[in-house]
Ligand binder design. Structure first.
Ligand code: ATP
Length: 287
C-alpha cells in the first residue's frame, strides 16, 4: 500500500473539475521470468489530467506503461486489472487498446528513419485510415499547429532530425491516432536543456486538447512542474502518491529526487516551465 499524501479531493479532482476516471489500474503485478518488476501498482487518471510516474532507473516505470498498453515483451507476465472508462481491458490486444484511445510514445521513439516526417505522421493515423474514418488526414494540421517545427521539416527524412525534433515527431505521430490517453516514456531523455523545456512546455499545453497524459520521467522536478498528480515508484512498488505540488514539497521526494545531488544536468533546478502564450511559436518560446 502506497503512502497517500493528505488530500482535500480525490486523485481525479486535481487540476480538473471532479470527473469519472478514464483509466484505472488496480493491483498490477509484472514479472519477467523470476524478476519481479512491478508489485501491486494502482493508479487513476482523469480525463484531461496530467499524471506523472517518477522513480529511479529500474523502478518499473516503463514496465507500468507497457503493461497498461499491453506491450510487454514476450517474457513479461502481467496480472491485475486495467480499466478504460470503466471497461476491463487487461485482456485486450494492443491494437484494440489503440483503437479505443490509448497511445504510447516509447522511450525508443521508434520512428521510421528512412521515411519523411509527414509519412511518419500519416502512419500514426493508419488505423483511422483503415477504419475509413472521414477527414482523419486533417489531424495532421492540428499536429503541425502544435509542432510548427514538424511542418517546416515535413519532407525531411525522420532519420536526419535532431533529438528534440524526433521526440516531437514521436508525440505528433501518436496524436495522429487521436488518443484520449497518451503515455509518454521519458520524453526528456537525452535532450539538451533548452529542448527539454520546449518539449515539456508543449506536453503541458496538450492538456488544453483534452487528452489525458501519463508522463514517466526521471527528471522529477520537471515532471512535477507540469503534472497535476504524481506517483512515486521504487523497485516495483508505488511508495508515495499525491498532488504534484504536495509531492514537490515532501521531504522524502526532496531528498531522494529533487536534491542537488540528484539533479539531472538537462534541467536547471530553478527554471520554472511556463506555458506559451496564445499565438506563440515554438521558436519564440525557446529561451
Ligand atoms: P529506466 O528509467 O532505467 O528505464 P524503469 O523505471 O523504466 O527504468 P523498467 O525498465 O520498467 O524500469 O524495469 C524494471 C525492472 O524490470 C528492472 O529491474 C529491469 O531490469 C527489469 N526488466 C525490464 N525489462 C525486462 C526484460 N525484458 N527482461 C527482464 N527484466 C526486465
Amino acid at each position: 500500500m502506497s503512502d497517500v499524501l493528505p488530500l482535500t479531493s480525490s486523485p481525479t479532482d486535481v487540476g480538473r473539475p471532479a470527473a469519472e476516471p478514464i483509466l484505472t489500474v488496480d493491483g498490477l503485478q509484472v514479472s519477467y521470468g523470476k524478476v519481479s518488476a512491478l508489485r501491486d501498482a494502482s493508479i487513476t487518471v482523469a480525463p484531461g489530467q496530467i499524471v506523472t510516474i517518477i522513480g529511479a532507473n529500474g523502478a518499473g516505470k516503463s514496465t507500468l506503461l507497457n503493461a497498461m498498453m499491453g506491450a510487454l515483451p514476450a517474457t513479461g507476465r502481467a496480472e491485475g486489472i486495467v480499466r478504460l472508462r470503466g471497461e476491463r481491458i487487461d485482456g485486450w490486444s494492443i491494437e484494440r487498446r489503440v483503437t479505443n484511445g490509448l497511445g504510447l510514445v516509447p522511450e525508443s521513439r521508434d520512428l521510421f528513419a528512412t521515411m519523411s516526417v509527414e509519412d511518419n505522421l500519416l502512419l500514426g493515423g493508419f488505423r483511422r485510415y483503415r477504419a475509413r474514418e472521414v477527414g482523419w488526414t486533417q489531424e495532421i494540421e492540428r499536429v503541425y499547429q502544435i509542432f510548427p517545427r514538424l511542418q517546416e521539416r515535413a519532407r525531411q527524412l525522420a532519420g536526419t532530425l535532431s533529438g528534440g525534433e524526433r521526440q516531437m515527431l514521436a508525440i505528433g505521430r501518436a496524436l495522429m491516432a487521436k488518443p484520449s490517453i497518451l503515455m509518454l516514456d521519458e520524453p526528456s531523455l537525452g535532450l539538451a536543456p533548452k529542448i527539454v523545456r520546449e518539449i515539456l512546455r508543449i506536453v503541458s499545453s496538450l492538456r488544453e486538447t483534452d487528452v489525458a497524459l501519463v508522463v514517466v520521467e526521471q527528471n522529477a522536478r520537471a515532471a512535477l512542474q507540469i503534472a497535476d498528480y504524481g506517483y512515486v515508484l521504487e523497485t516495483g512498488d508505488v511508495i508515495l502518491q499525491g498532488p504534484s505540488g504536495m509531492l514537490a514539497q515532501d521531504p522524502r521526494i526532496i531528498e531522494s529526487y529533487l536534491g542537488v545531488g540528484r539533479k539531472r544536468p538537462e534541467m536547471d533546478a530553478h527554471t520554472p516551465i511556463t506555458l506559451p502564450g496564445p499565438g506563440t511559436t515554438t521558436e519564440e518560446t525557446a529561451p
